[in-house]
Write a protein of this length. Structure first.
Length: 226
């Protein structure tokens, strides 16, 4: 019983598009309701799914029917998010490997059955940088997280959560200046959705991401979400 109603929790689902050009990523027009409004974080929705479309290291991917709109059937409350966290022993931890990546060797030796986790971190810090990027030949703002989880320290994990990115929009250091590390105001009262990106780059590493963050009273997503 959550938020006054019965909600049955199932397995993780990551909706993906059929666009190979954009690596199956979805754009805003693909997750809309019939009135043209976008799906928002914590909406409970019905998605038009065609079939399971797993990738290496992402078994939860499901191809959506882009010809149909999504339908909102309810609203989940942020205060209940801490009640549904995963009981993960670790977040794809690999001995003697940087804590922000997963190597092909790990994927081969540990069949990745879950590439999404909802966790409660501790000692959470956010680091903002604005350094020159050789790949893009321009300065690039970057926001990463470091935290403890189940006795393991994780560092340099990119944050892609739109709400968190909006919070820190005006707090990045000047171009080329030293990175700035910040402790979030609510201490350890956050939940993070961790995600594994598809294999990428010269070494086919999968990068760990903080896809979404929630605070216990819902302020973060309520005020700063798209």
């Amino acid at each position: 019983m959550l938020g006054g109603g019965n909600i049955e929790l199932g397995a993780w689902v990551r909706p993906v598009s059929g666009s190979i050009v954009h690596s199956n990523a979805m754009n805003e027009t693909m997750y809309t309701y019939s009135d043209g409004s976008e799906v928002r974080t914590l909406d409970i929705v019905e998605m038009p799914i065609i079939c399971n479309k797993p990738l290496a290291g992402q078994p939860e991917n499901y191809l959506i029917d882009e010809s149909q709109c999504w339908r909102k059937v309810g609203q989940f409350t942020a205060s209940n998010v801490p009640c549904i966290v995963d009981d993960a022993a670790d977040i794809w931890s690999e001995t003697d490997v940087a804590s922000n990546i997963v190597t092909p060797i790990y994927s081969q030796n540990h069949a990745i059955t879950q590439s999404l986790y909802l966790i409660k971190p501790s000692a959470l810090l956010v680091t903002l940088s604005n350094n020159y990027n050789d790949y893009s030949n321009q300065f690039k703002r970057r926001i990463v997280a470091s935290f403890q989880y189940n006795g393991t320290h994780y560092n340099n994990i990119p944050i892609t959560c739109p709400a968190v990115c909006r919070v820190f929009t005006n707090q990045y250091p000047q171009q080329g200046a030293s990175p700035k590390t910040i402790a979030l105001k609510k201490g350890d009262n956050y939940v993070m959705c961790m995600s594994l990106a598809p294999p990428f780059g010269k070494y086919n590493h999968q990068h760990k991401l903080v896809a979404t963050m929630f605070d216990y009273d819902g302020y973060l997503q309520r005020v700063y979400a798209a």
